[in-house]
Ligand binder design. Structure first.
Ligand code: GLN
Length: 489
């Protein structure tokens, strides 16, 4: 088995036994990126030399100690909206094509303190707006399982790079499903922690009340390790929670006896692909065999979730994206008559069409005369959706649903129909509106070999329960061990 096929915890064991160096592992991954990325396009920036330097530094620590952090010397990729000091951070947009942040995001500081090795910045939908990675200014990412299909979005590069073993783990962000949906499409584990669990300081904002950073990993054990590394209160982010962070690896028990798993009837609807439904039903049966108790729950306001999300997320985005005006950040138009012409042309030329659509929608729902009818009402329905979860979690420990209604669709299939595209997130959006945590794990394949994702959602700050449930399922299946074969390699 090549080094790049190994999981984080396996590589950590090898590093501990001095069987391999971080430099060797890092060179393997960089080589793998060279071999595969012209097909996949997962990376916007590859950090060859800095990564080797970081690996050498990690090797010094490893050689002088037996007790180093599990992330020391491990190559990882970062979604290109998490600020990295001195390294271009584009947000998938032309408007930030040449933006180099002067500081590190808090999560990057944490990873650097552990001497993790950053191999590059990962492709994404522009400003994280999309479900297919087709809105990136830097080109579409391809699904490693089938290059004619989307990898999911908006963290498409983060999902594809871990799936194709171009890096060991990665970070993405999830505003309405952007970690879980691509994880499902690419057959990897993707976790959106509870809102407030991970600092957003240095995460370029899309919708501040919904955005959350989280990991993509090859298995659930690595997910727990990554959560241990990135969670925790941060005084620089006033929305980060002052909550104790448990050791998430303690939830890797392989025991779900007596655990109550809730199945919401509202998530098993017309329009869900029959192969997805079959795989998810098989997972439910598997949980029964493992000793879990399956209970019916109801999330009655689910039908409003997509509409509420597209009002709140666009409203927040229209405000967050006002700062890209050619004055402080990134791109500025070449020829402008005066200041307002400069603003107009910079934004016209710098933003792609999906971002413009969202800014216009968001400006509309916030404008006087429409604010009460749309924004205020959406906030009220958001509260009802939160209450749905509160009520459902009185009856169960975790909630199980499909991650998305279909497996990865074909490139181009939904680009001309934004509403169809928006519906890809129908099962993931509610967790963001409610602020709860959710994870997607692989639970099967379609007849044409595309991965199917299973979503487990948990109570606020109870990532441990979804890790516990996810781990038990994973240990009873082989889906996470199958690696995609990229054609013509
Ligand atoms: N696909 C959703 C959107 O386009 C969610 C994106 C995200 O979670 N960043 O808004």
């Amino acid at each position: 088995m090549s080094l790049y096929e190994k999981n984080l915890h396996e590589l950590h064991d090898m590093l501990k036994k001095k069987e391999v160096s971080s430099e060797e592992i890092t060179r393997e991954y960089l080589n793998r990126i060279k071999q595969t990325d012209d097909k996949l396009n997962s990376f916007i920036t590859v950090l060859d030399e800095p990564a080797i330097d970081q690996a050498k530094k990690a090797d010094k620590i490893i050689s002088s100690s037996d007790d180093f952090d599990p992330l020391t010397g491990i190559p990882l990729g970062i979604k290109d909206l998490i600020s990295t000091a001195g390294v271009r951070t584009t947000c998938g947009s032309k408007i930030l094509e040449s933006y180099i942040p002067p500081y590190d995001a808090s999560v990057i500081k944490k990873l650097k303190a552990k001497n993790a090795v950053i191999v590059g910045k990962l492709n994404m939908d522009e400003f994280a707006m999309g479900s297919s990675n087709e809105t990136s200014y830097y080109g579409t990412v391809k699904n490693p399982w089938n290059l004619e299909h989307i990898p999911g979005g908006s963290s498409g590069g983060s999902a594809a790079s871990v799936s194709a073993r171009q890096c060991c783990v990665s970070l993405g962000s999830d505003t309405g499903g952007s970690i879980r949906q691509p994880a499902g499409c690419c057959g990897v584990v993707g976790m959106k922690p509870t809102y407030g669990r991970v600092s957003r300081f240095g995460l370029i904002a899309f919708a501040s009340s919904l955005d959350q950073i989280g990991p993509f990993t090859k298995d659930v054990t690595d997910c727990a390790i990554m959560l241990n590394a990135i969670c925790g209160h941060d005084p620089s982010d006033s929305t980060s929670a002052k909550r104790d962070v448990p050791d998430f690896t303690k939830a890797l028990l392989n025991d779900v006896k007596g655990m109550k798993i809730g199945i919401p009837s509202e998530y098993f609807i017309d329009g869900i692909d029959s192969e997805v439904e079959t795989a998810v039903n098989a997972a439910i049966e598997q949980y029964k065999k493992l000793g879990a108790e399956i209970v019916e729950v109801s999330l009655p306001h689910t039908k409003y979730a997509v509409s509420v999300y597209y009002i709140i997320a666009t409203a927040e985005a229209s405000s967050n994206l006002a700062r890209y005006d050619g004055v402080k950040y990134g791109y500025r138009t070449e020829d402008a008559k005066d200041l307002s012409d400069m603003y107009f042309k910079t934004r016209t030329e710098g933003f792609g069409s999906e971002v413009k659509r969202r800014i216009m929608l968001g400006t509309y729902v916030l404008s006087s005369g429409y604010y009460d009818a749309y924004y205020l009402r959406a906030q009220k329905v958001r509260t009802l959706i939160m209450n749905d979860f509160r009520n459902a979690f009185e009856k169960c420990d975790v909630i199980l649903t499909p991650t998305a209604p279909t497996a990865a669709f074909k490139l181009g299939e939904k680009t001309s129909d934004p509403l169809q595209m928006y519906l890809s997130d129908i099962f993931t959006i509610s967790a963001n509106l409610a602020g709860t945590c959710g994870v997607s794990i692989p639970c099967g394949f379609t007849s044409n070999g595309l991965p199917i994702g299973l979503q487990l959602m948990g109570k606020h700050f109870d990532e441990s329960s979804i890790i516990k449930a996810a781990y038990a399922f994973e240990q009873s299946s082989d889906y996470h061990k199958t690696i995609p074969t990229i054609p013509n390699l």
